[in-house]
Design a protein around this ligand. Structure first.
Ligand code: 25A
Ligand code: L14
Length: 339
């Protein structure tokens, strides 16, 4: 449990990665009440200095004693590192907010989006999981619809940016694009196929049921966060040549009838959402505008005319902010509020 203090010693594990970097930016931007920051990454980055609030902070490697004196640790160094080090941090009395997939479905670990299920923070035992990026922006928009009309089923297709995979994937998209524009041969290392000028219906590993792990995260994490295992979800997750900002097309079937105007009304007063929906003026959410913003943008809200009670919508958010770093910092802020 987090003890009430005026300031907290914060650690970022995986500080040199795409999400870790963003965590530092978000802490600074929100003027988080930190009493200094500690940065951790692999040996590859040991000793390099990263700027934080006008200071230069050296990157350290992890050991059994690293977490002594740290109050809150934000992890984004991959599932394997979280499996090993999050329990070490928790045993040192530190509260961990973990961005990896490692602990999300563990029944002992709350999986939290502050706009949706802040109450689940009450039962944490030292580790709190930050959901998958595509799941986070989807549940922010599903929650008000569920409260108003009870969701029966969701069919979602995602259009995901390469930054979700990390810096190497961003470099790959940039290099492939410039190589192609200069008539040079393309090489692929992060993804199994060329991502520049292409679309890949494949995110994370394939499972025996024909779905990818990313797709099943959206199915399972949604039920856990919404606290309702009766919500049926089916997902297709797709990688697109966008650097930052995930887009999602949603088809939602509800128990109660909700008109497009009613859906627009409940969404426009919901926390963390901006309704951006004026198709006659070509106004709808776009990743180039959502990039760098905190909110989840919703548009193209319309009734599904093929069923009794159905709504279609288009959702866009910054996958590194609300999808990862911002949600993690908001969890930490809620913990402080509750301490
Ligand atoms: O298992 P998961 O949960 O599915 O996650 C797998 C990967 O997805 C990213 C993250 O990549 C993770 O490694 N990720 C996870 N959750 C994400 C989310 N919600 C997510 N991305 C988006 N949304 P990443 O590159 O963003 O971050 C990796 C960070 O982890 C640090 N790290 C690695 N080993 C560590 C460690 N930290 C502590 N202890 C350890 N033992 C890693 O630090 C990085 O900060 P680094 O020092 O290894 O990386 C420094 C630079 O080197 C580049 N790099 C990475 N791998 C290689 C490499 N360079 C050369 N060769 C490599 N093999 C990195 O890009 C970084 O810039
Ligand atoms: O957090 O886009 O489970 O490649 C792992 C895959 C984040 C996105 C997670 C990607 C995801 C990532």
């Amino acid at each position: 449990m987090l003890k009430k203090k005026n300031k907290y010693v914060v650690a970022v594990v995986g500080a040199t990665g795409a999400v870790g970097n963003e965590m530092m930016a978000v802490l600074e931007e929100r003027n988080f009440p930190d009493d200094g920051i500690r940065l951790f990454a692999s040996e590859r980055s040991e000793g390099i200095k990263l700027p934080y609030r006008g200071d230069e902070v050296a990157v350290e490697t992890l050991n059994e004693d690293s977490f002594k004196g740290i109050d809150i640790a934000l992890f984004s160094a991959g599932a394997e590192r979280s499996r090993i080090w999050a329990p070490v941090a928790a045993r040192s009395g530190c509260v961990v907010v973990d961005n990896s997939s490692q602990w999300r479905m563990d029944p002992e670990v709350p999986l939290v989006v502050p706009e949706v299920n802040p109450h689940d923070l009450k039962w944490h035992k030292g580790i709190i999981a930050n959901p998958n990026c595509s799941t986070i922006q989807m549940v922010v928009a599903l929650k008000p619809i569920h409260d108003a009309a009870k969701i029966k089923r969701v069919v979602v297709t995602t259009f995901q940016a390469v930054s979700g995979t990390g810096k190497k994937a961003m470099d790959e998209l940039l290099k492939q694009t410039t190589d192609l524009l200069n008539f040079r041969e393309v090489t692929c290392s992060v993804y199994p196929h060329q991502i520049a000028f292409n679309v890949l219906p494949h995110i994370d590993k394939f499972l025996d049921n024909g779905y990818t792990k990313e797709e099943m995260k959206m199915v399972n994490e949604t039920k856990k966060i919404m606290g309702d295992s009766s919500i049926r979800v089916t997902a297709t997750t797709v990688r697109v040549p966008v650097f930052r900002g995930h887009s999602e097309s949603l088809n939602i079937e509800t128990k109660k009838k909700l008109s497009a105007n009613e859906a627009r009304a409940v969404l426009s007063t919901a926390p963390g959402i901006v309704v951006y929906d004026a198709p006659e003026k070509n106004v709808y959410p776009l990743p180039i505008y959502a990039a760098g913003k905190d909110e989840t943008f919703v548009g193209r809200i319309r009734e599904d005319e093929s069923i009794e009670n159905g709504i279609n919508m288009w959702i866009v958010a910054d996958n590194l902010k609300k999808g990862a770093a911002l949600n993690a910092v908001q969890i930490a802020e809620k913990l402080i509020e509750m301490a």
